[in-house]
Design a protein around this ligand. Structure first.
Ligand code: NAD
Ligand code: TDX
Length: 337
């Protein structure tokens, strides 16, 4: 099998490519624009792998995308602007990449006549926010996104649905809860709290810290994406979750506990506007149809993740210093337009 992975230099995409090349005898083309969140350091050890090719370019570049689609069977689409706080500061790049870019990929998949599947990697945030006693989200729930980020992801989900309904494009949509693990960009809660702790900085907790997320290890999510590609029913949506609902403040306490540090650096700061209160996922359909289940125990996964950031300070120090951006420059831009 030959697959095009979009956004493979990001957090989840890089973990996914590592999983595929470790476990399958496939060819992978990774199309990534290397935005601030894309870091070729994430896949350094695979740069010379015979099954791997990296192309620096944007998913909105129709000519480039068509030329790459012509070389693959299937697509696993991770590329996105992914950070809620950035979408509140400015929605433009979210619309360009998440909405328009997804449509370019769908059009190219159809035009070229790819014979495999189009896996669209989406998020629990498209469903909106739950009250304290609401049941977890199901695939049939209405989409009620609350941030520009989640609205752009919901839009891309609807474009994928339309491609399935109108053209019978074999699209499979996955919606996963909050990921954690190695190579997560330090703007997100868990890596930010670990790195700030290690650097002796304050730990900014939004609002009252009691917002709830359902945490899943990135490797469990990646196994789900692979199962969706291999076994997913075209036109289906699959929820993935970690069965691990936890308040943000509890996460911060656990990180400090693992590091053997005091709580005195926690600082409650102004809340995120429109901050979703609670997410929880019902993943029974993925269990039934894909035979998928999250495996990693949260406390164990968190300890391993903290350990990874402690041992790989070079990785995040190059991000904080901006050094990783210089490494970008060796890659030529492959625009066809
Ligand atoms: P990330 O921000 O770490 O990585 C995104 C990658 O996409 C980067 O490598 C970036 O360079 C690339 N990219 C951005 N715009 C691009 C463009 N126009 N063309 C080509 N490449 C581009 O994101 P992530 O956390 O790895 O998330 C990956 C996907 O999974 C996203 O679609 C996100 O919505 C979804 N998701 C994330 C989570 C989570 O907890 N992180 C949970 C559920 C779903
Ligand atoms: O400094 C912080 N302090 C804080 O209290 C940050 C960065 C976050 N938070 C809170 C906000 C959220 O309630 O922690 C929670 C998690 O925040 P993020 O790591 O920004 O994730 P979230 O907004 O939940 O979105 C994530 O999960 C779903 C990913 O960023 C999305 O890409 C994914 O779709």
């Amino acid at each position: 099998m030959k697959i095009l992975v979009t956004g493979g230099c990001g957090f989840i995409g890089s973990n996914f490519i590592r999983l595929v090349l470790d476990s399958r005898d496939w060819q992978v083309i990774n199309l990534d624009a290397l935005t601030y969140a894309g870091n070729p350091d994430n896949l350094r050890e695979l740069e010379n792998h015979p099954g791997y090719r990296f192309i620096k370019g944007r998913i909105e570049d129709a000519a480039l995308v068509e030329s790459l689609m012509g070389q693959v069977d299937s697509v696993v689409h991770f590329a996105a602007e992914s950070h809620v706080d950035r979408s509140i500061l400015g929605a433009g790049p979210f619309i360009t990449t998440n909405v328009m870019g997804t449509q370019v990929l769908l059009d190219a998949f159809r035009k070229v006549g790819c014979t495999g599947k189009f896996v669209h990697v989406s998020t629990d945030e498209v469903y909106g926010s739950l009250g304290p006693s609401d049941p977890p989200f199901r695939e049939t729930d209405n989409l009620r996104p609350n941030s520009p980020y989640s609205a752009s992801k919901a839009s891309s989900d609807l474009l994928c649905r339309a491609a399935w309904k109108t053209f019978k494009l074999p699209v499979v949509i996955t919606r996963c809860s909050n990921n954690y693990g190695p190579y997560q960009f330090p703007e997100k809660l868990i890596p930010l709290m670990i790195i700030n702790s290690l650097k002796g900085k304050k730990l900014p907790v939004y609002g009252d810290g009691r917002n709830i997320r359902d945490w899943i290890h990135v490797e469990d999510h990646c196994r789900g994406c692979l199962a969706a590609l291999e076994k997913g029913r075209p036109g289906a949506v699959y929820n993935f979750g970690g069965n691990c609902e936890m308040q943000n403040i509890e996460i911060v306490h656990r990180i400090l506990g693992i590091l053997g540090m005091e709580d005195d650096r926690i600082e409650f700061v102004t809340d995120r506007p429109g901050h979703d209160r609670r997410y929880a996922m019902d993943a029974s359909m993925a269990r039934r149809e894909l035979g998928w289940e999250p495996e990693k125990d949260f406390q164990q996964g968190l300890e391993e993740t903290v350990q990874w950031y402690v041992e790989n300070a070079w990785w995040w120090e190059r991000i904080i210093s901006g050094e990783y951006m210089k490494y970008y420059q060796q890659f030529p831009n492959r625009s066809k337009t």
